[in-house]
Design a binder for this molecule. Sequence first.
Ligand SMILES: NC(=O)c1ccc[n+]([C@@H]2O[C@H](COP(=O)([O-])OP(=O)(O)OC[C@H]3O[C@@H](n4cnc5c(N)ncnc54)[C@H](OP(=O)(O)O)[C@@H]3O)[C@@H](O)[C@H]2O)c1
Length: 184
Amino acid sequence: MRKLNLIVAVCENGGIGINGDLPWRLKNELRYFSSMTKKVNNPSKRNAVIMGRKTYFGVPESKRPLPGRLNIVLTRDPNANSYPSEVMVCTSMQDALAKLDDPKFTDDIENVWIVGGNVVYKEAMESPRCHRIYLTEVMKTFTCDAFFPEITTDFKAVKDSEVPEELQEENGIQYRYKVYEKIN
Ligand SMILES: NC(=O)c1ccc[n+]([C@@H]2O[C@H](COP(=O)([O-])OP(=O)(O)OC[C@H]3O[C@@H](n4cnc5c(N)ncnc54)[C@H](OP(=O)(O)O)[C@@H]3O)[C@@H](O)[C@H]2O)c1
């Protein structure tokens, strides 16, 4: 059974998005997102990213589907929008995970990353498949209309040697990379 890792940037008031977009511009943080979600041990494989419909359409048109990764979009209405043929459109998380568990994907897909938004994160965090949350703590408050679910006591902070520990700063905004692991 495949494990799930989440990756998210969260500001001080728990916000992750506003009007379908990110509340901040942090180029290096986006590079971190890209490198974490693309990283594979086996160079003949790639990773999958699972996201809700709003997160997918929040990515600038020129940058979606996210390159180098199998993009899986969750929507209850797969016909409402036209998606490029390389995007896998699924009507539920179970549908997506069942497809990824199929042997035809085991040769292709190494890791599965959950990249938002709110309900998709929540469902993944509650799943017994959930392994880690790679969380960027943005040390500022922003007006948001999408929020990250509460991190319960089922998670504890851990270290990952590939994640920088030092305080980051861009455009006068400080942030820090954190990793939580599910213990229950
Ligand atoms: N800071 C970060 O790291 C980060 C990460 C991701 C997103 N964001 C931001 O967050 C906002 C988007 O997040 P959001 O929570 O509003 O929306 P979202 O989760 O991206 O999209 C919600 C939609 O996804 C579909 N969906 C979600 N769960 C589903 C499920 N289990 N089964 C089938 N379909 C499902 C539904 O689409 P239908 O209505 O089509 O059925 C639902 O309306 C944007 O502002 C984005 O920029 C920020």
